[in-house]
Design a protein around this ligand. Structure first.
Ligand code: UD1
Length: 425
C-alpha cells in the first residue's frame, strides 16, 4: 500500500485546474438508470468513487464508455442503460461507497422495484438512510428491510406525493428527486438540501425531459413525466476541491490561482478565509488566494447545510487553524463523529481539545512532521495540508481514502512547489 510523503515549509505558488465535482458526478451517473437513451457526462473526474459507481451501474445493465475530455480536462463518460438487467445492488459493490444508495430511486422509478444493500462508506458516524426510505414510501413505495437489504417495490409505478424532510439531506433529496421525475403526477419536496450539486442534478434531469422547479431553494416541485431521454451535461466544478486548495495556499502563506471553478458556490468558505485574514479575489471561473504577510487569525466555524460552511471543509480548516495566532472553535453540526483527524493533527503538535461536537483549536507556532494515518477522505487531506506547513517530514498512510476524492492531488500540489510524493510502503 502506498503512502504520501510531504516535506513541509514551502510556500505554494502557481495555478491549479479544478476538476469536476465528485459529489455532483455520482448522482448524475445514477440518473442514467432513468432512461434507455445515452447520457453523456463531461468533466467527470478520474477517481476511485467514480469507478466504484460505474461498476455498480454496469452490473445493473448500463454500457459505459470513457473517453478523453473535451480539452478543458476531465473524462467524458457515456452511460446507456438500454435495458436494466438487474434491479439488485449487491453488498459487495454498495459497501465500498455509501453514495451507491443513489441507484435506489432511479431503479424504483423505472423498474418499479429495487433491492439495494444497506451501504457502508466513510466512518463518520452512523449515517442512516431512513430519510431516503421514508420519502420513497410517501411516493407509494413499499419498503422492507431484510438481511441487510432494502427491498422496495411500487407495483403500477410511483405516485407523486408530498414530502417534508425532518432533516436536510443531500443524498435523500437527490434520490427522491430522481424517483419523482417518473412518478405519476406532482411531487412536492420541502426542507430539501440546497447544495449546488442538487442544482446540477436538476439541470441534467431537466435536459433529459424532467419537469422540475425550485432546485436550489428549500422547496422543489416535480411534475412526473412518462419517460426521460438522453442528454449531454457538463459536471460542475468541485467546490470542495477548490476550498481545499484555498486552504493549502493559506496554510503555507503562498499564492494560488484556481481555474475552471465557480466562486458562487464558495461564499461561506471565502468568508471564513477572510475572517482568518486570507484574501481571495474572484474573476469569472477563477479564484486567486493572495499571499499573506501576517499570521492566520483565529476564527469560529460552525458547519451547516448549504449555503452555510460545508462539513466537507471542516477538517481542512481545522488544519489551517492549528497554525493561527490564538484560539478558534469549530462546531460540527452535520455528522456526529467527524473529528477523527484530531488525534492525528495532535501527533503533529497541534493543540486541540474536544468537547462533544465542538473542537477548541489553539494555534501553535510550528507544526512538526510525523507519521499519520488517514481515516476518511477529508480528514486525510487535512493531514496533507498540515504536512505542507509542518517542519520536517510527514507521511500519510492509507492513501486510498485520498484517491476516492482528489484527482491528481500529489501532481497538482507538486506543480505548485510542494515537496510531496507517493512512496511505496
Ligand atoms: C453528502 C456528501 C458528503 C457531505 C454530506 C453533507 C455526496 C456523495 N456526499 O453526503 O460529502 O459530507 O452530503 O454535506 O454527495 N441522515 C439521516 N438519515 C438519512 C440521510 C441522512 O439521518 O436517511 C443524516 C446524516 O447522518 C447526516 C445528515 O443527515 O447527519 C446529512 O447527511 P446527508 O446530507 O444525507 O449526507 P450524504 O448525502 O450522505
Amino acid at each position: 500500500m502506498e503512502r504520501i510523503r510531504v516535506r513541509g515549509g514551502r510556500r505554494l505558488n502557481g495555478t491549479i485546474q479544478i476538476s469536476g465535482a465528485k459529489n455532483a458526478a455520482l448522482p448524475l451517473m445514477a440518473a442514467s438508470l432513468l432512461t434507455p437513451e445515452a447520457l453523456v457526462l463531461s468533466n467527470v473526474p478520474k477517481l476511485a468513487d467514480i469507478a466504484t459507481l460505474a461498476a455498480l451501474l454496469a452490473q445493473h445493465g448500463a454500457d459505459i464508455d470513457l473517453s478523453q475530455g473535451d480539452g478543458a480536462g476531465g473524462q467524458t463518460m457515456t452511460l446507456r442503460a438500454a435495458t436494466i438487467t438487474s434491479t439488485t445492488a449487491p453488498y459487495d459493490l454498495v459497501r465500498k461507497m455509501r453514495a451507491s444508495v443513489l441507484v435506489l430511486g432511479p431503479l424504483l422509478a423505472r423498474c418499479h422495484q429495487a433491492r439495494v444493500s444497506l451501504p457502508g462508506g466513510c466512518a463518520i458516524g452512523t449515517r442512516p438512510v431512513d430519510l431516503h426510505l421514508k420519502a420513497l414510501e410517501q411516493l407509494g413505495a413499499r419498503i422492507e428491510l431484510e438481511e441487510g437489504y432494502v427491498n422496495a417495490s411500487a407495483p403500477g409505478g410511483l405516485k407523486g406525493g408530498h414530502v417534508r424532510f425532518p432533516t436536510v439531506s443531500v443524498g435523500a433529496t437527490e434520490n427522491v428527486m430522481m424517483a419523482a421525475t417518473l412518478a405519476a403526477g406532482e411531487t412536492v419536496l420541502e426542507n430539501v438540501a440546497r447544495e449546488p450539486e442538487i442544482g446540477d442534478l436538476a439541470a441534467c434531469l431537466i435536459a433529459m425531459g424532467a419537469r422540475i422547479s425550485g432546485a436550489g431553494t428549500e422547496r422543489i416541485v416535480i411534475q412526473g413525466v412518462a419517460e426521460l431521454g438522453g442528454a449531454h451535461h457538463r459536471v460542475m466544478a468541485d467546490r470542495i476541491e477548490t476550498g481545499t486548495y484555498m486552504a493549502a495556499a493559506a496554510i503555507t502563506g503562498g499564492a494560488l490561482t484556481l481555474t475552471h471553478t465557480n466562486a458562487d458556490t464558495l461564499g461561506a468558505v471565502v468568508d471564513a478565509l477572510a475572517a482568518c485574514g486570507v484574501g481571495v479575489a474572484r474573476q469569472n471561473g477563477t479564484l486567486t488566494v493572495s499571499p499573506r504577510s501576517d499570521a492566520i487569525s483565529p476564527t469560529d466555524i460552525s458547519t451547516q447545510p448549504y449555503p452555510g460552511f460545508p462539513t466537507d471543509m471542516q477538517a481542512q480548516f481545522m488544519a489551517l487553524l492549528t497554525t493561527a495566532d490564538g484560539a478558534s472553535t469549530i462546531n460540527e453540526t452535520i455528522f456526529e463523529n467527524r473529528f477523527m483527524h484530531v488525534p492525528e493533527l495532535m501527533r503533529m503538535g497541534a493543540n486541540i481539545s474536544l468537547q462533544g461536537h465542538t473542537a477548541v483549536v489553539r494555534g501553535v507556532k510550528q507544526l512538526r512532521g510525523a507519521p499519520v494515518m488517514a481515516t476518511d477522505l477529508r480528514a486525510s487531506v487535512s493531514l496533507v495540508l498540515a504536512g505542507l506547513a509542518a517542519e520536517g517530514e510527514t507521511t500519510v498512510s492509507r492513501v486510498y481514502h485520498l484517491d476516492r476524492g482528489y484527482e491528481h492531488l500529489v501532481e497538482k500540489l507538486a506543480a505548485c512547489g510542494a515537496d510531496i510524493e507517493r512512496v511505496a510502503d
